[in-house]
Design a protein around this ligand. Structure first.
Ligand SMILES: Nc1ncnc2c1ncn2[C@@H]1O[C@H](COP(=O)(O)OP(=O)(O)OP(=O)(O)O)[C@@H](O)[C@H]1O
Ligand SMILES: [Mg+2]
Length: 168
């Protein structure tokens, strides 16, 4: 799938499916639905654990990688929990997790999907300040992406570009 730096601006026009694309395009070899699941899980966490402040989505890259980030101004995650965070059923024992429901599966699923595409997922966090979750995926050249799109199209499975919300 392809992604572009920039913001999805459906809200600006109020029209479903209206998006603004800003180049450069970033292509990665991943199922858009699975990638959407990863971003949704991380974004949902950011929103549910952040009582006040903001959640910011970012998209950037270089020749090798495409990087998605989700930054929040929530409670942060204790350093001792970070190594376990992406394990099955792991939840930080805190007042927010005691009051906010969850199974501890979201980040485990994210890691499994990201690893399926040879990517990496991690978090940087400071207690009381917030957390930033990063997803790095190998970047495809546009030539390689076009080849794969042609193969996918031939098999009836299109590899459509996906606009992605990004921090300015
Ligand atoms: N943005 C965040 N800020 C603070 N803590 C977080 C954040 N994201 C995740 N966590 C902590 O990591 C734990 C694991 O997250 P994960 O998404 O795997 O599970 P969950 O949100 O508890 O449940 P589920 O996603 O299965 O509904 C959470 O329980 C929470 O303690
Ligand atoms: Mg979750």
């Amino acid at each position: 799938m392809g992604t572009a730096d920039g913001q999805s601006v459906n809200a600006a026009t109020g029209q479903a499916g209206s998006t603004k694309m800003i180049k450069p395009f970033y292509y990665v070899n991943a199922d858009p639905e699975r990638l959407r699941e990863v971003i949704t899980n991380i974004f949902d966490n950011a929103v549910k654990y952040t009582e006040s402040g903001s959640v910011t989505l970012g998209l950037t890259g270089n020749n090798e990688v495409v990087q998605i980030s989700v930054r929040d101004t929530g409670p942060g995650i204790p350093a001792e929990d970070i190594p376990h965070l992406f394990q099955k059923f792991y939840r930080v024992d805190s007042s927010s997790t005691r009051t906010i429901g969850g199974t501890g599966l979201g980040l485990f699923i994210c890691r499994k999907i990201v690893e399926l595409y040879d990517g990496r997922i991690w978090v940087e966090s400071e207690l009381g300040k917030g957390s930033t979750f990063y997803v790095n995926l190998p970047r495809l050249t546009s030539e390689k992406a076009k080849q794969l799109q042609a193969i996918e199209a031939a098999s009836g499975n299109t590899l459509a570009p996906l606009s992605s919300a990004g921090a300015p």
